[in-house]
Design a protein around this ligand. Structure first.
Ligand SMILES: CC(C)(COP(=O)(O)OP(=O)(O)OC[C@H]1O[C@@H](n2cnc3c(N)ncnc32)[C@H](O)[C@@H]1OP(=O)(O)O)[C@@H](O)C(=O)NCCC(=O)NCCS
Length: 165
């Protein structure tokens, strides 16, 4: 149903239209701004998506860009692991798109890039994201209290992980 592909600068306008949404940004890392401008999108596609050797893919659904999934490699004694993250434009929620994209990216990370561990920190209220991780075989490893302060609120970090079998 979905396809993962590389980004190109031609995606910037569509990317900004999808990303410029408070409901998408709410539980994402602070570097994902709201409002989200076309300049932000162009910078992210050309530069931000590659920071720290990240591997980032566009999620296509029925031929259209609908979201992003990516992994950020860890370094030093954690170089066998990578953080995985994803988002989907709000009008496409509830169709199984994130689940399929997370499955595909996890398979790629384990089989092609050869990571042993993938992990995702999820903020406490983000139950949909936790469900997506569970459907893809990730398990809750632990909860770090008040780990994040965002938009005037503290959030617990729920750490999910999956290991290469
Ligand atoms: C989280 C997110 C990626 C899910 O994308 P999606 O394509 O709608 O996900 P899916 O359709 O594959 O699966 C969603 C699951 O969550 C469930 N769900 C949705 N809202 C829920 C809630 N409030 N509580 C519990 N489960 C919920 C759905 O029922 C579904 O599970 P099911 O298949 O068992 O019914 C999407 O909402 C999003 O982009 N949110 C903003 C960005 C974000 O939070 N990214 C993750 C950061 S860790």
């Amino acid at each position: 149903m979905i396809k993962l592909r590389d980004y190109s600068i031609a995606d910037a306008d569509r990317f900004a239209d999808l990303a410029n949404n408070e409901n998408v940004a709410r539980y994402l890392i602070y570097t994902f701004p709201y409002p989200y401008t076309k300049q932000d999108a162009a910078w992210w596609i050309e530069t931000g998506s590659k920071v720290n050797n990240a591997v980032t893919k566009a999620i296509e659904y029925r031929g259209e860009l609908v979201g992003t999934v990516g992994i950020t490699p860890q370094t030093g004694w954690k170089e066998h692991s990578a953080e995985i993250g994803y988002w989907v434009g709000e009008e496409y929620w509830g169709k199984g798109i994130a689940t399929e994209a997370l499955h595909a990216m996890s398979d790629l990370a384990f089989s092609t890039i050869k990571y042993k561990k993938l992990f995702a920190p999820v903020l406490g209220p983000n139950k949909a994201s936790m469900r997506v991780l569970e459907k893809c075989g990730y398990s809750l490893e632990g909860i770090l209290k008040h780990e994040v302060f965002k938009d005037g609120n503290y959030f617990d970090g729920h750490y999910y992980a999956k290991f290469c079998s």
